[in-house]
Design a protein around this ligand. Sequence first.
Ligand SMILES: [Zn+2]
Ligand SMILES: [Zn+2]
Length: 439
Amino acid sequence: MEWIISANHSIYNYNKAFEELPYIDWRQNANYQIGDKLYIYATRPTKAIEFLTEVIAINLNQSEIINDSKYWVNTDEYNKGIRQGKYVRLKLTKKLNANNLTLENLHKHGLIGNIQGPRKLIDDLGSYYPWASYIIETSNRIMQQHEKWTDFVEFAFKKEEFRNSFRKSNTLNRSYYDLFFESKETHLVAKNTSTHKSLEVYINNNISLYDFMLAHLDILSYKINENIDFYSIAESNNLKHRKLIIYYNENSNIPFNQWLFDNALALKKNIKRLEKQYSNKLDFHILTEECAINNSISSLNVFPDNFEYDNELFLAPEKFVKNNIPIYKRDRQKSINAIVHANFQCEIDNMHRTFIRKKSSIPYTEAHHLIPLSYQDYFEYSLDIEENIVSLCSNCHNEIHYGINACKLIEKPYNERKELLRKKNIEITIDKLLSFYGY
Ligand SMILES: [Zn+2]
Ligand SMILES: [Zn+2]
């Protein structure tokens, strides 16, 4: 027998209880039998069927029920509840969590009125109501999708290598399965839709990294037999997401789960290798550029007397690509202005030791872009502006690039600059900035 019962989240935290407890004991307010299926409808504000459960015990006394007092939001109801008679034990079969089984959709399928107390899914003559058939079909479909990824998850995460490489996702009832790993900008998604099965590499925001990967498809596809297809998908909020897709061949004699397992592991290794190459190349390029600018400052005889920030906005400078890495043209004058503005002192600590430049008889500090120019892709407005350039003593500058604790040096200039940057239409959180430095 199938039933539908209603639950109120403002009284009891069902989500947490089903997550943490092996079962829930429910007031036995109808003639349930072991093996009955109970659909749980969440009342306002959810107004949808959220759980499918199975009755695993009936006629339980208060002394036998599980202690679930911590899940009661409303203690009055809890106290009222424990004085009641018998209980039924429910085991979660599936959290449905679907947008399909909303009250609105049930009304569309013939349900009249609201859902309260226990209600059978069949009428007196033993046939299903139209809305009941709709509930069963929908939940069966969700269960099938569930099975699809359950097999894969069981197969893959049983093996240590996979467990150590990917984080389990709980999106089991979707047509796609997220395979997260520790990379910040890329992740893998397995897809199993009615039209195709595939494994996709998502690259978030960083178009240059995507281009770099495209330029090195030989490395990306190392140990992967299928062809790698690629195209870009929707752009939203100025952030660009791109993906590379590998399709599973339905005629293949390798089972899909095995195919996913092998290719996900291989792809992860290839991606990490490419990301490392990419960031090494960028770092090398940035250091070379900064060094060139600091050299040219050394040969200058004349500096401006002072420099003040203004309200002018600059769009991102033009990008060109050299050896598959993005390069943005820098304006030497902006770096000079920035170190003049800092009064030729180290902005981490103005007591830091500097020395006098040979030709221009001013203290020697180096210009450093707080938000590295290599991340210009993420911003619509230019990062090559005085507000983003800090003056650092040689030691701090080297530490910020090479030091194990560079994050400690970033916070102070970040706090001093974040408002100034905002005025130039550049918004960034400290976490994001630290991630640009590899934290
Ligand atoms: Zn630097
Ligand atoms: Zn310093």
